[in-house]
Write a protein that binds this ligand. Structure first.
Ligand code: ADP
Length: 227
């Protein structure tokens, strides 16, 4: 479960006379188990900032931000890394990998990090890559040279390899053709059915309608003075 309680966030631009950009005031929301919640709001409203705070990339300035029983606002880096390994998945739009690591290992890696036996981890990776229509001849190659859509599918396979109880999705269907888009939406529905709490940014309105239970407009958390 994700629980955001009275979270505030400003950015201070140290290289610009310490100018302060207030982005969020008193943001509060809950994403329950088995629920998929879409973050909406115009560009600059704070969707990515909220997702990055949940993932522990941006510091929570004040308030509480609970993810699977850990308050990210107070957690130490080591706790956040453990949470990311075990409970908190993030499927971003872009694949970031170490060069020369084969695709199959890229996808299996989150499972290997959890000490899942190699054979089992690779089998799950193969299953997902097949489902996402990545041709087998590419599995032994590094995905660094793959097309945008292929990279996104490898990223999705990696993100769904371990059944994370909490998942963050950043435009998971952005560069996909209709067939792969349907596969991804099905993976999201399966994750919900097993009880995952999912928060995401979905510019694809049809995809949002198919998998999301609710939409939260983050503009509601914009400080009045920043409008
Ligand atoms: P959205 O995802 O809804 O488009 P963002 O969360 O990316 O919005 O941005 C919200 C506001 O916070 C914007 O005004 C943006 O310029 C500012 N912002 C985001 N990240 C940073 C950062 N690292 N440093 C300074 N300002 C930032």
């Amino acid at each position: 479960m994700i629980q955001v309680k009275n979270v505030t966030k400003d950015f201070t631009l140290h290289n610009q006379d310490s100018a302060v950009i207030p982005v969020m005031r008193d943001a509060s929301l809950i994403v329950a188990k088995g629920e998929c919640v879409a973050l909406a709001g115009a560009s600059g409203a704070g969707k990515s900032t909220l997702m990055r705070m949940v993932y522990g990339n941006y510091l929570v300035q004040s308030g509480e931000l609970w993810v699977d029983g850990i308050d990210i606002a107070k957690a130490r880096p080591r706790e956040i890394l453990k949470l990311r390994r075990e409970s908190l998945g993030y499927v971003s739009q872009f694949l970031r990998v170490v060069p020369r690591v084969p695709t199959l290992s890229v996808v299996a890696e989150p499972l290997l990090a959890l000490k899942v036996p190699e054979e089992q981890a690779k089998a799950r990776a193969q299953e997902l890559l097949t489902l996402l229509n990545i041709p087998e001849r590419l599995w032994t190659l590094s995905p660094t040279t793959f097309s945008g859509g292929e990279q996104q599918r490898v990223n999705i396979a990696r993100g769904f390899a371990h059944p994370f109880p909490v998942l963050l999705l950043d435009e998971p269907t952005a560069s996909l053709d209709p067939i792969n888009r349907a596969v991804v939406l099905d993976l999201i529905l399966q994750a919900k059915a097993r009880g995952a709490a999912i928060m995401g940014i979905f510019h694809d309105a049809e995809a949002r309608a198919q998998v999301c239970d609710r939409t939260i407009d983050v503009a509601a958390f914009t400080p009045i003075c920043a409008a």
